[in-house]
Structures are given as structure tokens and as C-alpha cells.
Design a protein around this ligand. Sequence first.
Ligand SMILES: Nc1ncnc2c1ncn2[C@@H]1O[C@H](COP(=O)(O)OP(=O)(O)OP(=O)(O)O)[C@@H](O)[C@H]1O
Ligand SMILES: [Mg+2]
Length: 266
Amino acid sequence: MNSQLSIRGLTKKFEAGTPNEKIALDKVDLEVQKGEFITLLGSNGAGKSTLFNAILGKFLPDEGRILLDGEDITYQKDYKRALNIGCLFQNPLRGTAPNMTIEENLALAYTRKASRSFFALNRKDSDYFRQILASLDMGLEDRMKTRMGLLSGGQRQAAALLMATIARPKLLLLDEHTAALDPASSRKVLEVTKQIIAEDGLTALMITHDMEQALRLGSRTLMMDSGRIVLDIQGEERARMSPRELAELFGKKAREGLSDRTMLAL
Ligand SMILES: Nc1ncnc2c1ncn2[C@@H]1O[C@H](COP(=O)(O)OP(=O)(O)OP(=O)(O)O)[C@@H](O)[C@H]1O
Ligand SMILES: [Mg+2]
């Protein structure tokens, strides 16, 4: 099997053995092919961010394995995984240096890829950055010397996305990265997201609460509930599905999950 990401029986309990025990990941199995772009839905507390954090190595799972491009990274340190996994969260400043300029931030991400010294950044690199910033059409190319913290939310997220992907990661994780933006900025950042993922042929997982986005972007949609993947829609079935049908299916699965949990509690 040549999955880019392979998750096998991944389980994580928080506050295990206490009355507050919570199974955030419940034997999750998932195979993601190289170049696949997946959208991930699920109610609050379903385990979506926990899945991302497990992949990023923010904690160790209780059970299960995580393989990235064939390599078992289950016990790999988070900073090592960060070389191969790009990520973006709701807060546009997370993962960037707000007091540094866009150019400096990009240079930091870029030098990691080129494994050369930060100070070796030359005119050619600057031109290259300006060119890719211009291609985003977010008004960033004229603001290379602006500190990240002074950009609009949308511009920051677009710049952060570029930083997360400039080293062509093996995997890109997007956790509601447009949720805090106004509708116009959100649309723009999603366009940029689509563009970067397609151009670089990246393997990506994107968490969203928006049914329309979930179907419009990528080629496969998953839904999580109570730490499990309860829906996996792709191909013809997905192509024919409307956001409304997806919302109905989502509601049905969430209700089933709720009744299962109630039965267990009785
Ligand atoms: N560090 C933690 N300590 C204790 N419980 C946690 C921790 N992180 C997550 N949880 C719990 O695990 C469950 C899954 O949380 P998670 O953040 O993964 O949900 P989510 O699907 O991302 O939800 P949302 O849509 O609200 O972001 C929740 O019940 C949450 O309270
Ligand atoms: Mg979350």
C-alpha cells in the first residue's frame, strides 16, 4: 500500500480513569493517498482537532500507529514531524512571527527547505517571494516589508498558508483556517488554498463546518463523530451530492451517534 498518510487504530483518551474520561479518538483508521485533498466535518468535540494534534505529535496516542509516506512517525518528536507537515489554524498568528515582516517570515520557512542560512537570503530569493505573493492576488507583494501582525486577517492567513507550504510538506493540515475571517476574506483565502494545493499537488486535510465548502473543495469528504469516522464520501456519490443532502446526512449520523451514546449510558 502506498498511502501518503496511514492511520491505524488510533485511540486517545483524555483524563483516563477519571469521571471526566473522554474518548477523543476511538480506533480511527484512515488511508490518504498521495495528492488527495480531503475535507473533514464533524460537530464540536467530534475529535477533528485531536486527530490533527495526534498527527502533529502534540501528544502520544494510547493505541494505534501513524505512518507518513511509509515511515512510522507514531513516536517521532513533534519538531521532527514539523519538517514534513505544514499546518494552519484558525488564529492567523499561530505559527508565524508577528513582529517579523512577511519577507522575513517567508525566508525562515524557505531556508528550512533550502537548508541554508537565513542570512544568505539574496535578491533572487526576494524576487521569487514577490512573484509568489503576487500570484496570490491578496495585495501582499507590495507589503513584503510589513510586519505580519499589521496585516489584515485574510492577508495574514494567506501569508501563513504560503509559509506552511513553501517547503512542499508531505502533508498539509488546515484546522478551520478561514473560520475567523469575514466572508469575502474567507472566500479569497479558500481560493488561494485551492490554488496552492493544486499547483504543488499537496496531500491535504481541511477541517470545516461549512457543507458547501466541504463539497466544493477537494475530492473526498469525511465526517467524524465521537472520535470515529462515520462518513467517507467520494467519487460519483460526492459529485452528485448537494450541500443540503450532506447536511441531512450529517444530521442523521450525529443523531445516530447521540442515540448510541445514550444507550451506552443507560
Ligand atoms: N487537551 C485536552 N484535554 C482534555 N480533553 C480534551 C483535550 N483536547 C480535546 N479534548 C476533548 O476531546 C474531545 C474532542 O475535542 P476536539 O478539539 O478534537 O474536537 P473538534 O472536533 O476539533 O471540535 P470543534 O469543532 O469544536 O473544534 C472534546 O470532548 C474535547 O473536550
Ligand atoms: Mg477543533
